[in-house]
Design a binder for this molecule. Structure first.
Ligand code: NAD
Length: 349
């Protein structure tokens, strides 16, 4: 397993390999940058096909967190962790406590929270061993708790901005939105879109989750293989990354891609492919920053829940500004966002 020559290595400051045989813990923590503050980003719990896949994922995700936190105006650098569901993984409290101890050894340079596969309850277990954790059970009126409803609200604001920029629409009423993955973020996003009068077509590899959205919100279902090419105005990828690439892009019918998944583009060149296909792409780390904004407000304790909502609403104008530059210059939106993020990080360093 190579680190420095890994294709996702981007001069990361630190990578910590965490192994504890008695509890079965196998994890990697990557700190991409602390230029703007402690490296913050969630922990993903996933069954990786190999150690290399896990390393690649954590390196790429942590770099994305640096860009996300910079663009959201947070006093956070970028970091991420993955806990690997290896054969000896048993999901015990001891395993997550041990993980908390590893986080603690970094002395606050890395702050963790939820990502795919984690929950508020697991965060509370990790917090028994470290204070460098956020996304903890909500205290009334304060920022905190499960970040996914906040992520979903930020995406909703971003879809509004994209609908205005690409379709000239002031409302989402009557729009059709295809949502890939109706887990935490996807489900809350569907609720908001349904309340706004949009119609939904959804897919998930977990059929019980599809049943819930179809039953509660009248969504239509399609198979996982069909969702990207569904007949819709907006495609919202809310499952895993790397879904937009050379093979999938030609089949996409939506004129807008705006969703919560991290690292939606398989490679930066896919941003150009989307622009060439006339599809407006909302850069993932800009539109899905709602959760980390909530985490930051909880961690620093300086903004209450109402203040968080105001900060989330800024995701719309932030995207509108990127869309305007893309329209003016012909550059893909991901290139514009990356340049802006790197500039903010360089200024912080
Ligand atoms: P989750 O695990 O609750 O939901 C993901 C869903 O995607 C699951 O229901 C899963 O079954 C489904 N899925 C997986 N592969 C699929 C496929 N090929 N087709 C259709 N469905 C598939 O995770 P989440 O917290 O909702 O996060 C979703 C995405 O958003 C992830 O990429 C995550 O990194 C990103 N994200 C989450 C947050 C947050 O606040 N939770 C914040 C920012 C970004």
């Amino acid at each position: 397993m190579s680190v420095f020559s890994n294709p996702a290595f981007d001069n990361h400051e630190r990578v910590l390999f965490c192994r504890d045989e008695p509890s079965g813990l196998c994890a990697i923590i990557a700190i991409h940058s602390t230029a703007l503050g402690p490296a913050a980003g969630g922990t993903r719990l996933w069954a990786y096909a190999s150690d290399d896949d896990a390393l690649y994922d954590v390196l790429r995700l942590s770099q994305g967190m640096s860009y996300k936190n910079a663009m959201a105006g947070l006093k956070f650098g970028g970091g991420k962790a993955v806990i690997m569901k290896t054969p000896d993984f048993d999901g015990s409290d001891a395993l997550f406590e041990r993980f908390g101890e590893f986080v603690d050894t970094l002395g606050g340079d890395y702050i963790t929270a939820e990502d795919v596969g984690m929950s508020v309850e697991i965060m509370a277990t990790i917090a028994r061993r470290t204070r460098y954790v956020s996304g903890l059970p909500l205290q009334s009126g304060k920022a905190g708790g499960d970040p996914s409803p906040k992520t979903a609200y930020g995406i909703y604001c971003g879809i509004e901005a994209a609908a205005k920029a690409r379709l000239g629409r002031d409302s989402l009423e009557g729009l059709r939105v295809a949502v890939q993955g109706v887990g935490h973020v996807g489900y809350y996003l569907c609720k908001l879109l349904h309340e706004a009068g949009a119609s939904l077509v959804v897919s998930d590899i977990d059929e019980t989750r599809v049943d819930r959205v179809c039953g509660e919100l009248g969504a239509d279902r399609v198979g996982s293989a069909q969702i990207l090419a569904a007949d819709a105005d907006v495609l919202a990828p809310c499952a895993l990354g790397a879904v937009l690439h050379e093979e999938s892009i030609p089949g996409i019918k939506a004129r807008i891609i705006a969703g919560g998944a991290n690292n939606q583009l398989r490679s930066p060149e896919d941003g150009q492919r989307l622009a060439d296909a006339g599809i407006l792409y909302a850069p993932d780390y800009v539109i899905n920053a709602g959760g980390i904004i909530n985490v930051a407000c909880e961690y620093f304790g300086d903004v209450d829940d109402e203040g968080v909502t105001d900060l989330l609403a800024q995701i719309g104008p932030r995207l509108a500004d990127i869309f305007e530059e893309a329209q003016r210059t012909g550059e893909p939106t991901n290139v514009i966002a990356d340049r802006r993020a790197r500039k903010i990080i360089a200024a912080g360093a």
